[in-house]
Design a protein around this ligand. Structure first.
Ligand SMILES: [Zn+2]
Length: 191
């Protein structure tokens, strides 16, 4: 996967398009069914361009919610809502130097579990039990002093979602592009 990502200058693309990087996945989040994803592993694209910091997280819903089926029970719906609330606060999930003074300017959360799904699924979901669902979170932050951004600390994210064991990062910053793997034991990535 790293090789594929490195081959693509996604910094030049709007991030909305950039997640087409994963050629071997059907990235149609609206359908929520992927050919393959590995539970416990998430992908994160990070682009720091001048004062704009973009973070794009693609995670199996399993890592965040603990299941991937549509939430129908009250308990499942509550779990999905709670996770969504957590994801709505990127500054609590991504540790950034306070001195950089980053604030959120835009976000987009997308998942079949959030109801981002065609309304035509009411007759027998034959893939139920086999289908995988992802959660896509895309954040744009504005940082007053991007030079203060020395590192990105993913510990809060790992703590919030302990089923996440590994995050495959693609990071583009002032020092170029790097592909790295973050784990709870090695959660801080330098820009
Ligand atoms: Zn899955």
């Amino acid at each position: 996967m790293r090789r594929l990502l490195l081959a693509l200058p996604f910094a030049l693309l709007p991030l909305a398009v950039a997640h087409a990087h994963d050629d071997d996945h059907d990235h149609d989040h609206a359908h929520g069914s992927l050919a393959a994803h590995e539970h416990g592993v998430a992908r994160l694209n990070v682009v720091l361009d001048d004062k704009t910091l973009e973070l794009e997280l693609d995670s199996p819903a399993m890592n965040l919610v603990g299941f991937e089926h549509p939430a129908t029970s009250a308990a499942d719906k509550a779990k999905v809502a709670a996770v969504r609330t957590q994801l709505e606060k990127p500054l609590a999930l991504f540790g950034l130097a306070k001195a950089a003074n980053c604030s959120e300017s835009d976000q987009e959360l997308e998942s079949p579990l959030f109801g981002d799904k065609p309304a035509v699924d009411d007759d027998g979901d034959e893939h139920e039990g086999h289908a995988h669902s992802e959660i896509h979170a895309h954040y744009r932050l504005a940082c007053d002093k991007p030079g203060e951004l020395k590192s990105l600390d993913l510990s809060p994210l790992f703590k919030a979602f302990p089923a996440t064991q590994k995050i495959a990062l693609q990071l583009i910053g002032p020092n170029g592009q790097q592909g790295v793997e973050a784990t709870p034991a090695k959660a801080t990535i330098n820009f």
